[in-house]
Design a protein around this ligand. Structure first.
Ligand code: AMP
Length: 134
């Protein structure tokens, strides 16, 4: 099934591409959190992390690492957010797996996760017990 990213990959929609190989490509996000915000996009339109094969997911993360290094060299950012929005409940808008690589600068005023939950007494341990991998 076509997504906006498969259309970009086929050249049907213009983009600013900064990397490409057999498995993925990297473009600048059209609506950047900070200028230089990149998207590392699988060529196959796996809709989410669970459906993406391990070797492809590994590859996306390794390419994100290279892009992040390049951003630091060129843009001088001191940090970054590396994010996969995973399914619509998380805010994922394009159902085609991609890794956001967002350059971040000391005091840049951007906050990615705005609101936070607070654990009640004992609740953190209960969540830990439920989520621990065996
Ligand atoms: P997500 O919410 O994780 O699915 O992120 C989708 C991202 O794709 C958003 O940050 C959009 O700004 C970005 N985006 C959507 N259309 C385009 C486009 N034509 N070119 C570049 N980035 C895009």
């Amino acid at each position: 099934m076509d997504t906006i990213f498969t259309k970009i990959d086929k050249g049907e929609i213009p983009s600013t591409k900064v990397y490409e190989d057999d498995i993925c490509f990297v473009i600048l996000d059209i609506n950047p959190v900070k200028k230089g915000h990149c998207l590392v996009i699988s060529k196959q339109p796996y809709p989410n992390m669970g459906s993406c094969p391990d070797d492809v997911l590994n590859h996306l993360i390794l390419v994100a690492k290279k892009i992040e290094k390049k951003q630091r060299e060129v843009l001088g950012n001191q940090g970054s957010n590396i994010i996969i929005n995973n399914d619509p409940a998380s805010g994922q808008e394009v159902p085609h797996i991609h890794v956001h690589v967002i350059p971040r600068f000391e005091g840049d005023g951007r906050k990615h996760f705005q609101d936070h939950d607070k654990y009640a007494d004992g609740e953190m341990k209960a969540f830990g017990d439920r989520l621990r991998l065996s």
